[in-house]
Design a protein around this ligand. Structure first.
Ligand code: F6R
Length: 605
């Protein structure tokens, strides 16, 4: 989703901003812009629809400065256009503002305070920059006080703001509510960003901001104040990511690199969370809280929700604890009746998903314990949950999530084993998670080494089809949902994941000659049934493809998966689906890593 960068105190501000915006490209955007100034009164505003490359060309050689702000915009109010791109500017050209989030009451504010102003954009953001200007010019407030007064009018809106005043050239004004923003601490300079990846080549020390705080950032000064205007002291945290980890090296796309990294992610999780004897090593307080729960509630969105569906089976079968899985955007406003002692698990790669955070805020208000499983240390959901476990998958840059999904399932397996052992469940004692994850890692390696096979299947069955189905039962159904999502989001094939027994209750009407139907068969008790369902669609002309575990395979099956514990087959059966989606997108000539309309980190509800 939208990205923010800012810098003060560096002569190379323009290249820092453009490089930073490039690092945020993966989050999804449709236009971008920068504003920079120098100490001699020169300033430049450059905006462009399309890619950062286009913006870079528009910026050219002449634009320079030592302080500036930049933005990638993912349209919410108003179409993607130069006028709607950020920075937005006040009518008199004095104030410049970039914004992530949504101002819910911008129409009311416009009417109440700005009915005489002619707006140049359709954005909610322009209202904010015009308001700051209004309070400075008409009410004689300082920029900081005008900013503070503006923020006090925004109700429950979500925002990360970075504001500049042309008359105060080296100062950045920063504020946030619900939307992530970090201050990067430099030596003689400072930076601001919505994601530390954008500024890792400038600093690795970052200050997190709390909702409602305002920060004034100068080259040698960072002043944080809370809503009441009191000053706040905070120590920076160190981000332990090598900038090179966020580089795609020789790979054509990040997605392929991230698919290939999955065997190592499995090994890394084993190293971090299992001791030499293969026993889970999990924080004692977290284990005590989990043991006290009578029901687990997994809350997540998209791919993470799909990982939750697999996790629920693991918690129920290994730890014997009833587990529900909920889509966060639904749960937030339709909370079901809860058990007496609920424990919430938030699955979120980014740790910033607004829908999931809304649930966490409600959970915190009700004083229930919670755990965030995330790939991003210090992310908002990590900070606000009672406990955090990290996925250690390395930065996931491609919009389509792959290694975070498998990391989430592997970590759920480790946690379910830990809880099962702690509560004396025989199933957990018999489950050698270390050995199984080693088998999974080897199995994944074998699959990613067969790329040509998947490219061929994609070309034969998926490249020219308008629609496709993945089907399965139980865990195979859960994976069908994920593999269908992968296919639709990056190749734009209308794909559905379906419970295979449910097809005949209506959806089978969509099957025509050559409609691809991919059956996932990894569960012994349902293998025969899914095969029958595949026969039913084949009889109606479908082109059937099977992804089957070794021990259940029959002559004519298309993809054979190495056998692992039945509870972990999702970790392998998903990989062909990831690669089929990748090659379909690639051979359609699409931008695999940055599919249309999508954002990596969805920070609006
Ligand atoms: C799909 C995908 C999304 C995310 C979803 C939740 O490939 O990546 O469906 O899974 O937006 O994001 P996180 O996990 O960051 O909360």
């Amino acid at each position: 989703m939208c990205g923010i960068v800012g810098v003060t105190g560096k002569d190379s501000a323009v290249s820092i901003l453009l490089n930073g915006l490039e690092k945020l490209e993966y989050r999804g955007y449709d236009s971008a812009g920068i504003y920079v100034n120098d100490q001699d009164g020169h300033d430049y505003l450059v905006k462009e629809k399309g890619r950062i490359d286009d913006l870079r060309k528009e910026v050219g050689e002449a634009v320079h400065g030592s302080t500036g702000i930049g933005h990638t915009r993912w349209a919410t109010h108003g179409e993607p256009s130069v006028a709607n791109a950020h920075p937005q500017v006040s009518a008199d050209g004095r104030f410049y503002l970039v914004h992530n989030g949504v101002i819910e009451n911008f129409q009311d504010l416009k009417q109440a305070y700005l009915s005489d102003v002619t707006f140049k954009s359709q954005t909610d953001t322009e209202v904010i920059v015009q308001l700051v200007d209004r309070f400075v010019t008409k009410e004689n407030l300082s920029t900081l006080d005008a900013f503070r007064k503006t923020l006090s009018l925004l109700g429950h809106s979500s925002y990360g703001f970075l504001l500049m005043d042309k008359e105060d050239p080296d100062t950045l004004y920063v504020a946030k509510n619900k939307s992530p923003l970090l201050i990067g601490v430099g030596d003689g300079f400072n930076v601001v960003c919505s994601d530390s990846l954008a500024m890792l080549d400038q600093t690795k020390d970052f200050l997190e901001l709390q909702d409602g705080e305002i920060v004034v950032v100068k080259p040698n000064e960072i002043k944080i104040t809370n809503q009441a205007g009191e000053s706040v002291e905070r120590k920076p945290f160190h981000v332990d990511i090598d900038a090179a980890q966020a580089d795609k090296g020789t790979y054509p796309f990040y997605m392929l690199k991230e698919i290939d990294e999955q065997p190592n992610v499995m090994r890394k999780l084993s190293q971090v969370y299992l001791n030499d004897a293969g026993e889970p090593v999990i924080n004692d307080d977290l284990m005590t809280a989990l043991k006290a729960a009578d029901r687990l509630y997994i809350v997540a969105a998209g791919t993470s929700y799909h990982a939750g569906l697999v996790g629920a089976k693991l918690f129920e079968s290994l730890a014997g604890v009833p587990t529900e899985v909920h889509v966060s955007s639904e749960f937030a406003y339709n909370q079901p009746l809860l058990s007496a002692h609920p424990f919430f698990i938030f699955l979120t790669q980014s740790g910033e998903t607004a829908d999931s955070r809304e649930v966490l805020l409600n959970v915190n208000e009700q004083h229930f314990p919670s755990l965030t499983i995330t790939n991003v240390p210090n992310s908002t959901l990590s900070r606000e949950a009672t406990y955090t476990l990290l996925l250690h998958a390395g930065p996931e840059i491609a919009v389509a999530s792959t290694k975070a999904y498998t990391a989430q399932i592997a970590l759920e397996a480790i946690l379910a084993k830990a809880l099962g052992v702690a509560t004396n469940q025989p199933a957990a004692d018999d489950f050698d998670v270390k050995q199984q994850l080693a088998l999974v890692a080897n199995g994944m390696q074998a699959l990613v080494d067969e790329k040509d096979t998947f490219e061929k299947i994609s070309k034969d069955a998926l490249l020219n089809t308008p629609n496709a189905f993945y089907i399965g039962r139980g865990l195979d159904y859960a994976v069908s949902l994920e593999t269908a999502l992968k296919l639709k989001e990056i190749s734009y094939v209308q794909a559905e994941g379906f419970a295979s027994g449910e097809l005949k209750h209506g959806t089978i009407a969509l099957i025509e000659k050559d409609t691809p139907v991919i059956g996932i068969i990894t569960q012994k008790n349902t293998a025969g049934l899914t095969r029958s369902n595949l026969q039913e669609v084949a009889a109606r002309g479908a082109k059937t493809i099977t992804i089957v575990t070794d021990n259940l395979a029959k002559d004519g099956d298309t993809v054979i998966l190495p056998a692992v514990d039945e509870r972990l087959t999702a970790l392998l059966s998903v990989v062909p689906g990831q690669l089929l989606a990748y090659y379909t997108s690639l051979n359609k000539g699409l931008d695999v890593d940055k599919p249309r309309n999508l954002a990596k980190s969805v920070t609006v509800e």
